[in-house]
Design a protein around this ligand. Sequence first.
Ligand SMILES: Cc1cc2nc3c(=O)[nH]c(=O)nc-3n(C[C@H](O)[C@H](O)[C@H](O)COP(=O)(O)O)c2cc1C
Length: 327
Amino acid sequence: MSPRLRIGGVELATPLVLAPMAGICDRYFRRMIRRVGGVGLVSMEFISAEAVTRGIEPIIEKMVFNDDERPLAIQIYGSDPDRMAECAARVDELGPEICDINMGCPANKVLKGCAGAALMADLGLAARIIEACRRRLNRPLTVKFRLGLGRRADEPTYLELGRICQDLGVAAITLHARTARQMYTGRADWSHIRRLKQSVSIPVIGNGDVFTADDALAMFESTGCDGVMAGRGVLRDPWLFRRIAARLEGRPEPEISLDDRRRLMLDHFRWVAREEPPHVALHKMRTFAGRYTKGLAGGRALREKLGRLSAPADFLTALDEHFGQIT
Ligand SMILES: Cc1cc2nc3c(=O)[nH]c(=O)nc-3n(C[C@H](O)[C@H](O)[C@H](O)COP(=O)(O)O)c2cc1C
């Protein structure tokens, strides 16, 4: 039953996509999820075309990736077609498999600049951006969006945007089945993914509230989508894609032990601590530890303790000791 997902000329090993997540999908997380397995395509956190075309180095550095992350999508956002096109050309030079445009970000600071989900209320501008980027790319272009802004009566606009994407040669589209106004509240309404799938012939990737392998199978089944993208679910359970991939092949889900969990966390954090200055490493470790330790025995006390530590080495020791106590 495993659906195949081909985006332009890129054939993915599984139809499973790691969602772009700002502050999360850095090179450490992307490689770790690759190493765990099951994922077909990993996405980078979104990159501002404005920042790239103004030469802001820390943002440009974020676009660097390693070959072992492939296939990979770099996601860009912005509201100026010329800057977006220039940024797409930069992406093209870097050579990921796919360039993705964000038309779904609900954050106010992005909406105010008329980028992200704001484009869903200005489909003319959205089309100009897609066209301008398409011309500068030698690789497939994808677009990720929501149902609409959720603020006006003439919405949602996702079906129209889907057709625009198809007409302009976009290779695949991803729908997060919520409006921007909803942010992450309520439940994603997958019936819209089904409607989008029925209205276009390019691949549709469904997104929103896939937290278990059962959820992913239900999304494939109920919407007919070509791929499933997951974000927060992978943060809670880094093995999620491996579980889904196993189920798609008719195999049972892998058993994940406490020791697997310990090793994954420590490998991830040791790597971050090796490569980043202490304050950056600590910030990243805290971000991920908060998510990874949800549901772990003594997790809350551990998170409080980790929050008080100020050296990466102490952080690693405390984590290791905690696992020693609960295994
Ligand atoms: C911390 C965080 C950061 C996110 N950053 C981005 C982003 O940079 N670009 C984007 O298109 N979506 C972003 N999203 C939205 C996710 O890609 C995804 O659409 C959303 O989380 C719904 O999927 P899920 O229910 O599987 O998490 C972000 C979500 C979270 C939780």
